[in-house]
Design a protein around this ligand. Structure first.
Ligand SMILES: [Zn+2]
Length: 73
């Protein structure tokens, strides 16, 4: 679920600055604990995977990234 609170303004991807994990909010699972990331102010918004990876070499969250999206990196 996309967010419009914290630093988020509807972007598809959210990076957790604390553990360097990138989440895909369109495929979010409850295991992602996105609300905890935002409430602890560790969220960074990205519109694309490419932009996120230019910023930092994030790891992909295993819950919300499906295999095919990893293969098009
Ligand atoms: Zn996730």
């Amino acid at each position: 679920m996309r967010r419009y609170n914290g630093r988020m303004n509807g972007e598809k991807f959210l990076a957790d600055a604390q553990n360097n994990l990138l989440h895909n909010l369109d495929k979010e699972k409850k295991e992602c604990c996105i609300n905890n990331v935002i409430s602890s102010r560790n969220e960074l918004p990205f519109k694309t995977i490419e932009n996120a990876l230019l910023h930092k070499d994030y790891k992909f969250c295993k819950y919300c990234f499906v295999k095919i999206e990893l293969e098009i990196r």
